[in-house]
Design a protein around this ligand. Structure first.
Ligand SMILES: [Mg+2]
Length: 192
């Protein structure tokens, strides 16, 4: 007997989409944490060498970031975060997602944590794959790789609206939509 896949994706409103959520600068207030610990070099850049596991684990959650829990109703959400070249950073990010952001989920939160070098985030891009990130460069690379990019500029409501707009646009195949930051997820030259 053939398998019945008709219920696949029914847990989500738009289960055929996938959302990738950057952490630092989107839900984790990295810059405030750097300044609170007075850890900038003379050129203003964060002193990454000074950060240990505890430091990464205790970055404050952005006020309002918990509103992003609603994203999980729309589509599966993965956390996609770039590490520094430090094992403490990898471990501290795992601590952060379990203890700071999703304490109720505990270790099960780790199943949605993807730690990827910045330049490799775009390897996960594709049609109906949405990246929410505060880095214009990451967004550009993601879009060039065929994904949908939403640049987060600090306003959760605005980002959420852009996300809904992008989903609606793709679902309606309304290729006339162009806010200057959103490109068709379809390969170049593909016609519908
Ligand atoms: Mg970021």
């Amino acid at each position: 007997m053939k398998k019945d896949f008709r219920q696949a994706g029914q847990r989500y409103l738009f289960g055929d989409f996938m959302i990738f959520l950057d952490m630092d600068g989107v839900i984790a207030d990295f810059d405030t944490h750097v300044d609170a610990h007075n850890q900038r070099l003379e050129n203003g850049r964060p002193n990454y060498d000074a950060f240990d596991r505890e430091w990464y684990a205790t970055i404050p959650v952005f006020k309002g970031a918990d509103s992003f829990s609603t994203l999980k109703m729309l589509a599966p959400v993965k956390f996609l975060t770039a590490p520094t070249r430090s094992a403490d950073c990898y471990a501290g990010k795992a601590d952060w997602i379990m203890n700071q952001f999703l304490p109720k989920e505990g270790k099960w939160a780790l199943k949605d944590l993807i730690i990827s070098p910045k330049q490799d985030k775009c390897l996960l891009a594709g049609a109906k794959r949405i990246l929410i990130d505060d880095s214009p460069q990451n967004i550009a690379q993601w879009e060039d790789a065929g994904g949908i990019g939403i640049l987060h500029e600090g306003d959760f409501q605005k980002t959420f609206e852009a996300l809904c707009e992008a989903i609606e646009c793709v679902r309606n195949h309304d290729w006339g939509f162009d806010a200057g930051r959103y490109k068709s997820p379809m390969p170049k030259g593909w016609k519908i």
